[in-house]
Design a protein around this ligand. Structure first.
Ligand code: AHR
Length: 497
C-alpha cells in the first residue's frame, strides 16, 4: 500500500533563515492577561513574584524562549497614554478600559513594569504606539523616554523615575488595526498619517534604526497592503502587519471546548486560509519590494471562540483544546515555509486571553496544548529553512477539502535537521513518505496528541496533554516513513550521517 502523503525536502541555493521572531507573543491590557495574569502586584504574598510579575509565568515563558512580546495592545494601544503609567504608582491616574469590559485599571503596570519584565523574560519588547487617539509628540516622546542615553526632557524624566540606562526598544508598531478600532481610517488616509508619525519617531538609541511596523490588513484586505506598499517610504518602514484569526463566524464563534465536528472543520479551514493570505499579501509586496526588505508581520493570529460560560464577555477567556494545538502547528508551518517574507508574528494572546499558552487561577498556573506546540517548535528559531514540496491527503467535510497534513523543516545551529508534521484529520491516521534528499543516520522525536480531540489541560489535570516520545517513524537512509496519529503534532530530529 502506497503512502497517503508524500513530502520531498530540497535545500535552496540561497539560504533563508526562519526568524526567531515568528515565535513572538502578545500581551494586551485585556481581561486577565496583564492584571491577574502576568502581574499580580508587588504586595502579593500568596503568589511568588519578582516586582509583581509571577515567577512561574516567567519560568514557563523562558522555557519557550519567547523572542519578543507585543504590548500594550491591540485595540487598547490606541487608547493608551503612556505618561499615565509612569512615576509613583499611587499617583497614577485610574483609567477605564473602553474596549475590553469597561473595567477601571489603576495603571500600576506601565512602561517601566513592562520593559523590566521583558528583561526578566530575556525577550525583546515590541511597543504598539497610540496613533488613533494620541498625538505625534506623545509617541515621539515615548521613543525618546525609553531609548535615549544622553540628557533630554524625556530621558531625564526616565532617570527621575528610577531608570538610568535606556532599554533600547527596537520594535515599534505605528498604531493598531487603523482600519477598525485604531481609528476606522482608509488605507490612503492611514498611509499619510503613518508617514507623519514615523518621521518623528526618531531613532534615539542609534542602534541601527527603529523597526517600525505599519498597521496592516484585516485578513483578505489586499487593497490595504497594496496602498501601504505604494505610499510608505522604504526608509520609514521595516514591517507591514497582517491580522487573521481562525474564527468560524464573527457572529457565531462556537464554544472553545464542546465544538461539533463541523465547527472543528470550519476552524481548521479558517486557520489554513492563513496560507493563502500570506501568499497573496506577499505577492503584492513582491511587486514593490522584490528584494524582500520589508517584512510581513502577522502580529495577531490564533483561534477565537465564545468565552467560557460565566466569564466576562469582554475578557475573551477561552479554554484551549487539541484543536488549538492543530491551529498552532499548522500556522507555524505556514510561517516557517514563508520565512523569506514572514519575519515576525505574535500569537494572541499569552495568558488568559484567546489562544493562550498559559492559564492562571489564583495561585495555580497551567500550560495549554498550544504552549507545548510552541515549545516543540522552538528548534526552528533562527534555523535555516529547508523548503519542501508536499502532496497531502485531504481532510474532507461534505464537498469541501483542505490538506490533512502540513509540514516544515529546518537545519538548526546544533547541526540537526528538524521536521515538524501536523495531521489535522480528527479520525484518520496518516502514512507519510518523506524523501529527505540525503541520507541520515538516526531519528528521534516527540508527539503531542490526546485520547479525545476536545481534551484540554485543566487546573486539576495540568499534564493531561503534554509531549511524549514518538515511535512512529522509520528511517532508511534518505527515506523516512512516519505514521501520524489523528489530530497530532510531531517534531522529529534527524542526525547527519
Ligand atoms: O486580540 C484581541 C483584539 O483583536 C485586539 O485588541 C485587536 O487588535 C484585534 O481586533
Amino acid at each position: 500500500v502506497g503512502a497517503q502523503t508524500k513530502i520531498e525536502l530540497s535545500p535552496r541555493e540561497k539560504p533563508v533563515t526562519i526568524s526567531k521572531h515568528i515565535y513572538g507573543h502578545f500581551a494586551e491590557h485585556l481581561g486577565r492577561c496583564i492584571y491577574d495574569g502576568f502581574y499580580v502586584g508587588e504586595d502579593n504574598t500568596a503568589i511568588p513574584h519578582t516586582n509583581g510579575v509571577r515567577n512561574d509565568v516567567v519560568a514557563a515563558l523562558k522555557e519557550l524562549q519567547i523572542p519578543n512580546l507585543r504590548w500594550p495592545g491591540g485595540c487598547f494601544a490606541d487608547t493608551y497614554h503612556w505618561k499615565d503609567g509612569i512615576g509613583p504608582k499611587e499617583k497614577r491616574p485610574a483609567i477605564v478600559n473602553n474596549w475590553w469590559g469597561g473595567v477601571t485599571e489603576d495603571n500600576s503596570f506601565g512602561t517601566h513594569d513592562f520593559l523590566d519584565m521583558c528583561e526578566l523574560l530575556e525577550t525583546e519588547p515590541y511597543l504598539a504606539g497610540n496613533v488613533g487617539s494620541g498625538e505625534v509628540q506623545e509617541l515621539a516622546d515615548w521613543v525618546q523616554y525609553v531609548n535615549f542615553e544622553g540628557r533630554s526632557p524625556m530621558s531625564d524624566l526616565r532617570r527621575q523615575n528610577g531608570r538610568e540606562k535606556p532599554w533600547k526598544v527596537k520594535f515599534w508598531g505605528v498604531g493598531n488595526e487603523a482600519w477598525g478600532c485604531g481609528g476606522h481610517m482608509t488605507a490612503e488616509y492611514y498611509s499619510d498619517i503613518y508617514r507623519k508619525y514615523a518621521t518623528f519617531m526618531s531613532d534615539w538609541s542609534n542602534t541601527g534604526g527603529l523597526y517600525r511596523i505599519a498597521s496592516g490588513a484585516n485578513s483578505a484586505d489586499y487593497h490595504w497592503t497594496e496602498t501601504l506598499m505604494k505610499k510608505l517610504p522604504k526608509n520609514l518602514v521595516k514591517g507591514i502587519a497582517l491580522h487573521h484569526y481562525a474564527v468560524i463566524d464573527w457572529n457565531k464563534k462556537g464554544p472553545a471546548i464542546e465544538y461539533t465536528d463541523e465547527q472543528y472543520f470550519r476552524t481548521m479551514k479558517s486557520a489554513w486560509f492563513m496560507n493563502e493570505l500570506v501568499e497573496k499579501h506577499s505577492a503584492i509586496m513582491d511587486k514593490y519590494d522584490p528584494n524582500k526588505e520589508i517584512a510581513l508581520v502577522v502580529d495577531e493570529w490564533g483561534g477565537w471562540y465564545e468565552v467560557e460560560p460565566g466569564t466576562n464577555p469582554g475578557f475573551l477567556y477561552q479554554q484551549n483544546t487539541m484543536r488549538d494545538a492543530m491551529i498552532a502547528g499548522m500556522t507555524l508551518n505556514i510561517f516557517n515555509n514563508h520565512a523569506d517574507r514572514v519575519k515576525m508574528a505574535n500569537l494572541a494572546q499569552t495568558i488568559n486571553v484567546l489562544q493562550a499558552v498559559i492559564l492562571t487561577k489564583g495561585e495555580k498556573m497551567i500550560t495549554t496544548p498550544t504552549y507545548h506546540v510552541m515549545e516543540m517548535y522552538k528548534v526552528h528559531q533562527d534555523a535555516e529553512l529547508i523548503p519542501l514540496a508536499i502532496d497531502s491527503k485531504s481532510f474532507v467535510w461534505n464537498d469541501e477539502a483542505i490538506p490533512a497534513v502540513s509540514a516544515s523543516a529546518s537545519k538548526a545551529k546544533d547541526g540537526k535537521t528538524y521536521l515538524s508534521l501536523v495531521n489535522i484529520d480528527p479520525k484518520a491516521n496518516q502514512d507519510v513518505e518523506i524523501n529527505l534528499g540525503k541520507a541520515f543516520s538516526g531519528v528521534s522525536g516527540r508527539v503531542l496528541t490526546s485520547k479525545e480531540l476536545r481534551d484540554f489541560n485543566d487546573f486539576d489535570a495540568p499534564q493531561r496533554i503534554a509531549p511524549r516520545p514518538f515511535d512512529g517513524s522509520k528511517l532508511n537512509k534518505e527515506r523516512l516513513h512516519v505514521s501520524l496519529p489523528p489530530f497530532s503534532v510531531v517534531v522529529l530530529a534527524l542526525d547527519e550521517q
